[in-house]
Write a protein that binds this ligand. Structure first.
Ligand code: MN
Length: 327
């Protein structure tokens, strides 16, 4: 995978900066089941808009990962799935569609600002700023904060670094560029602590999750001449590990630490009546087109779908398509 040295990127449109600078209340949110980039984008932008004197609310449909609560101002994040945004400016980040927020009522806002880097963003904003070359949404948020003329406080720097570190998988994923490292450098100069943030991001899981990884890898099946790993997560696996369905974030990537593995399927039946399938790949293996054949979607290297078919049925239909994708 080629590291892009310095993509041109898309500068923040003037209309976006005007919308952020305007008077009146602002509501900020990211996507449901928030990750580091979603929380980082929301909290950094909130700190910048507060510095400009705007009344700010930060909302999310689900709580942030518990380990994030050590970061400054996290207590201000409200958990809600419905909001009356009438008369407010709503700033939605990290969300390809308004529905990704998991929050209703946002569309009643006077102005909706859409800031995102996910391919396929529907352009739902009154003002939309989309830059697919950004490795993380916080790269865009940092540029917007610069354009607003707000200096980076320690809190802003911490949240920008958190989003960057988590969305790039520790500075390893494909969209990373010199721009990412410039943001990292400036964040650390402005007071972000990379060691402490790294521990929160990567070393703050439960022991149950460590056992869950063990149980899943113990049951891992190999296919496609050892290049495809198939993980199966049933309710029984959770019983063995003492884990819960919300402790599975990122686990699908574990098999990739083996050089041979080109793609991973995670089949889950840990929610009643549904089989949820996540697909990941390296390099030129296209798993989006595989997911699309089951009515799902996503990215070239990360996709998924949900079906009411049982595990065995799904596996039988899926594996031939995955083998073909790997060839
Ligand atoms: Mn992101």
């Amino acid at each position: 995978m080629t590291v892009r040295s310095e993509p041109a990127g898309v500068p923040p449109p003037l209309s976006l900066i005007e919308a952020l600078r305007a008077d009146g209340p602002v509501i900020l949110c990211g996507h449901a089941r928030p990750d580091g980039d979603s929380i980082g984008s929301v909290m950094a932008m909130a700190a910048a808009l507060r510095a400009l004197g705007r009344p700010v609310r930060t909302i999310c449909s689900d709580p942030a990962p518990a380990a994030f609560h050590v970061f400054p101002g996290m207590e201000a994040l409200e958990i809600t799935r419905d909001v009356d945004a009438t008369g407010a400016t709503v700033v939605v980040m990290e969300s390809g569609a308004l529905s990704r927020t998991g929050i209703t009522g946002l569309e009643r806002a006077a102005v909706v600002v859409n800031i995102d880097h996910h391919l396929g963003n529907s352009g739902y904003g009154t003002v939309t700023w989309f830059d697919e070359t950004a490795a993380a949404c916080v790269e865009m948020v940092g540029e917007a904060i610069d354009a607003l003329g707000v200096p980076w406080s320690t809190a802003i720097a911490t949240y920008l670094y958190l989003g960057l570190l988590t969305d790039t998988g520790g500075f390893r994923h494909s969209h990373i560029s010199a721009r990412s490292f410039d943001l990292a450098r400036r964040s650390v100069i402005a007071g972000a602590d990379p060691v402490a943030i790294g521990q929160v991001a990567f070393d703050s899981f439960s022991l149950a999750r460590v056992r869950l990884i063990g149980a899943l890898l113990h049951g891992m099946q190999l296919d496609a001449d050892g290049r495809l790993a198939v993980l199966t997560l049933t309710p029984e696996v959770h019983v063995t590990a003492g884990s819960t369905p919300d402790e599975t974030e990122g686990i699908i990537n574990m098999p990739f630490t083996a050089q041979e593995i080109r793609a991973v399927c995670l089949l889950r039946s840990d929610e009643p009546g549904l089989t949820r399938v996540s697909l990941r790949s390296k390099g030129t293996v296209d798993v989006r087109s595989v997911a699309q054949q089951f009515g799902g979607g996503g990215h070239f290297n990360a996709s998924g779908f949900t079906t009411t078919d049982g595990l065995d049925e799904v596996r039988a239909a899926l594996l031939p398509l995955m083998r073909a994708a790997i060839q």
